[in-house]
Design a protein around this ligand. Structure first.
Ligand code: GLY
Ligand code: MN
Ligand code: MN
Length: 438
């Protein structure tokens, strides 16, 4: 299901069309991260770099030089090395990036200091995300100083440094049909993981055992890594928003909140479901759950092109606050409670975020100071929640320690939206029916 090289080539072309003449973009690969002595964390390529290359090796730098007669794309990469390849696996090498990755030129990354100053000579503007790669920041300063030092010999140093992120992240925000297809699949596999967790949950199991069920499903379907550390929180652990210890036993009578999504070929799924460990919701759990579900369905219903990003969040606040008053967890006029932010004791995060190669994906939420309208091709999550702290003495004891979130991924379409993660149930009767057949 990997994207073809023509997709990456087309992205490079589109980015170069947005760049000015006589300019150069520099995009570095991610670096290996040490875990302990000879062990490294699994390598995950930088999303921007991968978006433009499909190349998943570390120690690489992509250059884009629109209009350059001898070739517009240059990739510096690790050289071939038979001995290292016996230990650590295949490297494409400078020839491989030309033949297999569509680059005009490939060079060993060891030569970058020798080659870059000459390539920068005469360039007016550099596009580069300064501040993200300290080593490369220093190298660029060094190259610029070298050219400036040769001014009397006629060298002309660039005069403008432009943050590349903005151009590139605007492209990444809008998913093309082939990206949408990948995200549909990532949503589906993520959903299967949640179904598996519901089917295998038993009182007395540990949170990490449910996590294992989910990861098993992801990996069986070709996703070696989740898109982020899975959250499996039983009982009041669900009220810790980024709880990833996943170490407690799951108790009969508690809910369990699972926030987990796979990463499929660099695209994320992001789903939360909350269900009863026993298979049956209590009265209080069901009341709060149905309120969160009402807010989530209402938000999904309103999502279509033209709706402002923040309007969806505001709608979730409205529905949740009304419901909290009805249930007696808040007292007062709904409008006043919203004005005062009283709901924040129970709902302390936003309704969602952009989703794509990064789970909290790139792209601006405001344009020229105004909340941005939704447009076809954007993908976002819709994830309202309610969390009643175990020590919240402002509410009756029966509500305390219940945490609920319901999260789906939606693609904005021409007329509305498509839910990419509908393969896992969220209505109470559907969940209870699924769990009754364990
Ligand atoms: N899984 C992180 C989030 O939902 O934002
Ligand atoms: Mn999530
Ligand atoms: Mn999310």
């Amino acid at each position: 299901m990997k994207l073809s090289q023509t997709v990456f080539a087309e992205r490079r072309q589109r980015l170069m069309q947005k760049m000015t003449a006589n300019s150069l973009a520099i995009i570095p690969a991610a670096q290996m991260q040490k875990r302990n002595s000879d062990v490294e964390y699994p390598f995950r390529q930088d999303s921007d770099f991968y978006y433009l290359t499909g190349f998943d090796e570390p120690e690489a730098v992509l250059l884009l030089l629109p209009g350059r007669e001898t070739g517009e794309t240059v990739l510096f990469c690790r050289d071939r090395d038979p001995l290292m390849e016996i230990w650590n696996g295949y490297r494409a090498g400078p020839q491989g990036v030309v033949s297999d990755y569509g680059m005009a030129e490939g060079h060993p990354v060891d030569e970058i200091d020798d080659r870059l100053p000459a390539m920068l000579n005469g360039i007016e503007r550099i596009y580069y995300a300064i501040g993200q790669d300290e080593q490369l920041d220093q190298q660029i300063r060094h190259w610029l100083n070298l050219i400036r030092g040769q001014a009397r010999q006629g060298a002309v140093a660039p005069t403008e440094l432009v943050m590349l992120d903005h151009l590139l992240h605007e492209m990444r925000l809008f998913k093309t049909p082939e990206e949408q297809e990948l995200m549909r699949r990532a949503g589906e596999i993520s959903a299967w993981g949640h179904v598996r967790a519901m089917q295998s949950c038993r009182p007395g199991m540990y949170e990490y055992q449910l996590e294992a069920e989910i990861l098993h499903c992801f990996m069986q379907n070709g996703c070696r890594q989740p898109a982020y550390s899975s959250i499996v929180g039983g009982g009041a652990n669900a009220c810790v928003l980024h709880y990833i210890e996943n170490s407690a036993p799951l108790l009969d009578g508690d809910l369990v909140l699972i926030d987990a999504g796979c990463e499929l070929d660099y695209y994320a799924g992001d789903i939360t479901r909350t269900f009863p460990v026993s298979g049956t919701f209590s009265t209080e759990q069901a009341a709060l759950y149905n309120l969160v579900l009402k807010a989530q369905l209402h938000c999904i219903e309103m999502i279509r092109p033209g709706v402002l990003w923040n309007a969806v969040h505001e709608a979730s606040v409205q529905v949740l606050t009304e419901g909290l008053v009805e249930l007696g967890l808040l007292q007062g006029e709904v409008a006043d409670l919203i004005e005062q932010g009283a709901y924040r004791d129970f709902y302390m995060h936003r309704v969602g975020h952009w989703l794509g190669m990064d789970v909290h994906d790139v792209g601006d939420y405001k344009v020229e100071g105004e909340w941005r309208p939704l447009e076809p091709g954007m993908v976002m999550t819709v994830e309202p929640g309610l969390y009643v702290a175990a020590d919240n003495t402002n509410v009756e004891p029966r509500w305390r320690g219940i945490g609920i979130r319901i999260e789906d991924d939606v693609l904005i379409t021409a007329n509305g939206c498509e839910v990419l993660t509908s393969a896992v149930p969220k209505q109470i009767d559907e969940i209870e029916a699924l769990m009754a057949n364990r």
